[in-house]
Write a protein that binds this ligand. Structure first.
Ligand code: ADP
Length: 359
């Protein structure tokens, strides 16, 4: 597990730079069509590599018994409509019909692990689209009892032979007909374990050549009065308006990662400075006059000199809300949101940086 965690870090850091710079380049309006296509392939394959890496980490976490639930309040209907929108587009692109039926309250909040549920649905619907060449994909979710919900993903694709049904849930196994569409073959093994952790079991009905139905029932605790944690409320910023000058400070000992974040922020016209460690960052902030102090600090939190958490505590003590502090992490050891907030951070982002998250 430790080996994998270190390996993951080693792979993630260069991948972060590859994906980040590919994205930055794609903002260049002078690229020829051919260059845009090449860039698109770099991004697509880079993202694929990242998914494989994440899958391997997930599976090793499961094997080490280290996968945990992180529950929060969320609106199931909003989660579903977000996912539906994303896959509807993919279906249209592939010439497939998309159907959805959500028989549940539009306002009810539930308490569960939204991120895992999202990942489960994305995996199953992603497979359905991957293994279907014509016809349709449908997502049905029904509230069947007070706190019980039924989920069903069906497709009119290749189907799975009966004697392969058990095998497709085994890590690295791929049914023969999937051979020309190789992923890492880990998706379903992860999905099954995630559902087990949520107290549920995945069921499959399938017929070769006709299609497949994957289904499960989940118990989701109703929340009476609570606030919703919005997970994917992302707005893309193209440029900051000139009246909105933002001063950012990037603190990272890795020059590669630091340069990338600086370039990304400069791309939207932020005024950016950088420091190689937290002590240097603290000095920079202290010495700057009032107008030049940063509005926001991006702090890598596994740095050598002093750990970033202490530095943030000090910044918050001296400047309070005047300086927003964002933790930048590349560890795969799961932290709960609350750990960052307790340490004084206002938010956190993970490497590889996604433009939307940074902005
Ligand atoms: P991957 O999709 O990366 O190959 P998965 O673990 O998600 O790995 O799936 C394992 C195998 O199960 C796939 O390679 C495919 O052969 C089969 N499979 C999964 N979902 C479907 C589906 N909806 N229709 C047909 N075959 C499927």
């Amino acid at each position: 597990m430790l080996f994998l965690a270190n390996m993951s870090h080693e792979i993630r850091t260069p991948l972060n730079a590859i994906l980040g710079y590919a994205k930055l380049l794609s903002h260049d309006s002078e690229l020829s069509e051919k260059q845009q296509k090449s860039l698109h392939i770099i991004e697509q394959k880079g993202n694929h590599l990242l998914r494989v890496l994440n899958d391997i980490l997930d599976i090793s976490k499961i094997e080490a018994g280290k996968m945990e639930l992180h529950k929060s309040n969320f609106n199931l209907y909003h989660l579903l409509t977000g996912i539906a929108q994303m896959f509807q587009e993919q279906c249209t692109e592939k010439g497939l019909n998309w159907y959805e039926e959500f028989s549940l309250s539009h306002t009810q909040l539930v308490y569960s692990d939204a991120q895992k549920l999202r990942q489960i649905l994305i995996n199953l619907i992603g497979n359905a689209i991957k293994f279907t060449e014509q016809g349709s994909i449908s997502l049905t979710v029904k509230r069947i009892d007070n706190e019980y919900y039924y989920f069903e993903i069906s497709d009119t694709g290749l189907g799975i032979a009966e004697d392969n049904i058990e095998a497709i849930f085994t890590g690295f196994h791929q049914a023969p007909q999937g051979a020309d569409k190789r992923g890492a073959g880990l998706g379903l093994a992860i999905t099954r374990s995630q559902l087990q952790l949520l107290g549920s079991e995945i069921k499959v009905e399938s017929e070769t050549g006709k299609g497949s139905i994957f289904s499960f029932t989940l118990e989701l605790e109703n929340v009476q009065d609570g606030i919703e944690i919005v997970h994917d409320n992302i707005t893309e910023i193209i440029r900051l308006s000139s009246s909105d000058m933002v001063k950012a400070l990037v603190v990272d000992d890795s020059e590669l990662s630091s340069n990338l974040l600086v370039d990304m922020l400069e791309d939207i016209n932020a005024l950016v400075s950088s420091a190689a460690n937290d002590q240097e960052a603290l000095q920079l902030i202290e010495q700057a006059d009032v107008e030049s102090k940063p509005d926001i600090v991006f702090m890598d939190i596994c740095m050598p000199v002093m750990n970033g958490i202490d530095a943030v505590r000090q910044i918050k003590q001296n400047y309070g809300d005047q300086i927003v502090c964002v933790a930048v992490t590349s560890t795969i050891i799961e932290q709960t949101d609350s750990q960052y907030y307790q340490a004084g951070f206002d938010d956190y982002i993970a490497k590889p940086y996604r433009f939307e998250a940074v902005f």
